[in-house]
Design a protein around this ligand. Sequence first.
Ligand SMILES: C[S@@+](CC[C@H](N)C(=O)[O-])C[C@H]1O[C@@H](n2cnc3c(N)ncnc32)[C@H](O)[C@@H]1O
Length: 350
Amino acid sequence: MKQPRERRHGRSRAPAKAGAERASSSGKAAKAERRQVPAAAERDRTVRPSGALPAETVPLILEVNPNADYALLDSGDGEKLEQYGPYRIVRPEGQALWARALPAAEWAAADAIFTGDTDEEGMGRWRFPKAPLGETWPMRHDGIDYLGRFTSFRHVGVFPEQASHWADMEARIRSAGRTVRVLNLFGYTGLASLVAARAGAEVTHVDASRKAITWARENQEVAGLADRPIRWICEDAAKFVEREVRRDRQYDIILLDPPAYGRGPKGEVWQLFEHLPAMVGNCRAILGERPLALVLTAYSIRSSFFAIHTLMRDALAGFGGRVESGELVIREKAAGRALSTSLFSRWVPK
Ligand SMILES: C[S@@+](CC[C@H](N)C(=O)[O-])C[C@H]1O[C@@H](n2cnc3c(N)ncnc32)[C@H](O)[C@@H]1O
């Protein structure tokens, strides 16, 4: 097989002749070759792209601090106390190995307490000690209104630690000087899609859950962003991306926030350790000519950020730019302790 060529972006370490080679390429085949798209038969296994590994920054710890919309008030004894808009909420938190800092009265003042399976994706019930609360309530992220919801999976519709990525994405969209195309995979209730759309991007949002898509569309209305271009797609993320590769679609920013285990709408199984390598390879293939970011987050897995860092650097060999990896943490208000929530790895042009 002919060796794929180097691809250069930003401070690339690719040889100077790569540009000349690229200029001589034309047509779909040449384009696919440059983007190192795996042949159909090879899509299920990882094909190592050629070229120099991107530069690296490790470890990078991105923090979310208490703010008017959200605060981790306290943590300890396997639980966390958070403020989500008007409500104070208690949920299990396996990583809070330490003791609580706030007095018991502060915890007792909670509006909602999740009781049930302590497993991250486990089912359970909400208890409302003060007064019964409605299923949804108004929340806000950085000026974007949306709906919180008490779900039986303990989640309330937002993963606040993601705000670090959203701020970075928003800055890249605003400074791009062109219309940026964003693909939000495993997009859930759509906060990232709304941040991107508000910044002026054209957004494609993909999630397997019809409920999540309905909630995300509702959020678009609530946020007053109904006129912004967001395509809401209920589909298996892996299948969707494979199809985009075949269609030769391109995106400037891809957000990839997969669960450890999930299912597509037709029962397609998503297993992070099994399917992530092909997914990252396909995401590489659909990054456009002037890509701005590929952001991967992983949580609830037994792994190190170095594992996804190495996967990303390897999958983006020959792409130039930089891969930055580490953890997303939330800084607690009571005693300033940091709670780790997820691992991340992101490719950026510089
Ligand atoms: C943790 S959430 C993502 C959080 C989101 N990125 C955010 O910041 O709000 C994981 C999402 O993946 C979706 N999901 C699970 N399996 C999927 C699959 N095979 N294809 C597409 N989406 C899937 C779930 O419905 C859920 O909304």
